[in-house]
Design a protein around this ligand. Structure first.
Ligand code: ATP
Ligand code: MG
Length: 256
């Protein structure tokens, strides 16, 4: 079964201040075509500004593509965004919180929005946070006092409260220490096997992508340059690992 279909997707933005009369267009993604199978962990890698977050935001119904077709489990993201939103959840590097409130207050708020039972939401949150190595003692401290990695773990917990069938992870491990990174990578695999969820993940950590993803799309300047399992890509390009394939295709000078 196909979880995600992207066909000929294009998205342009206008550059510069809204006050300027002439604002050149920037093409963030163009001619992007791929499919993700149900239950797959699908990686998107590419240099800064290559269009990864734009693609994730289109799938999350936060941006409307200029061209092309995007479907999540057969539902069109442009025509039926509300139906799509019920199936997905997204974690981005810049997750929004009520910073003065505690993790639990933020999660309780999310649970209420989603119509979940607060007691069950709390149990589930604590269980997820424990597996992510979040110190339970900080569950009631203001979010603004927590480290970036700790905040990231709360964002991940919030995304999992609703048990989405499609989970969109935009750089979920950026800012995490090596131990927390490993815990989260393991956890991503576990939720896939335990909860029957399809996952799309972006990352700048090539070893992570190699370890976690079933298939990977390498994009540069809004276009897919290669797509396949990490093993296929490494073999096809005769490289030693995914990082070498990435640098070979996307060019060293672009990757900061
Ligand atoms: N709202 C916006 N307005 C104007 N340009 C935008 C907007 N969002 C993204 N862009 C541009 O679109 C291009 C793709 O950006 P995008 O955020 O998708 O890249 P990315 O691959 O996620 O990069 P990174 O690795 O740095 O997160 C960039 O040139 C960016 O400047
Ligand atoms: Mg991004």
């Amino acid at each position: 079964m196909t979880a995600v279909v992207c066909e000929g997707v294009r998205k342009e933005f206008r550059e510069g201040s809204l006050l300027k009369r002439k604002r050149p267009r920037i093409c963030a993604i163009s001619g992007v075509t791929f499919q993700v199978k149900k239950g797959e962990i699908f990686g998107i890698i590419g240099p800064n500004g290559s269009g990864k977050s734009t693609l994730i935001r289109i799938l999350a119904t936060l941006l409307i593509p200029d061209q092309g077709r995007v479907e999540v489990f057969g539902i069109d993201v442009v025509r039926k965004p509300l139906q799509v939103r019920r199936m997905i959840n997204r974690v981005s590097v810049d997750a929004a919180f009520f910073k003065g409130l505690s993790p639990w207050e933020n999660l309780r708020y999310a649970a209420r929005l989603y119509g979940l039972n607060p007691k069950e939401a709390k149990e589930r949150s604590l269980e997820i946070l424990k597996r992510l190595g979040f110190p339970e003692a900080r569950f009631y401290d203001p979010i603004e006092d927590l480290s970036r990695g700790q905040q990231q773990k709360i964002a991940i917990t919030r995304a999992l409260l609703t048990k989405p069938v499609l989970l969109l992870l935009d750089e979920p491990t950026t800012g995490l220490d090596p131990k927390s990174k490993l815990e989260l990578q393991g956890f991503i695999k576990t939720i896939r096997s335990e909860h029957d969820v399809t996952i799309i993940i972006t990352s700048h950590d090539m070893s992570e992508v190699e370890m976690v993803c079933d298939r990977v799309a390498i994009i540069d300047q809004g276009r897919i340059l290669a797509l396949g399992s990490p093993r296929e890509l490494i073999a096809n390009y005769g490289m030693g690992n995914l990082e070498e394939v990435f640098l070979h295709l996307a060019g060293k000078e672009f990757y900061a």
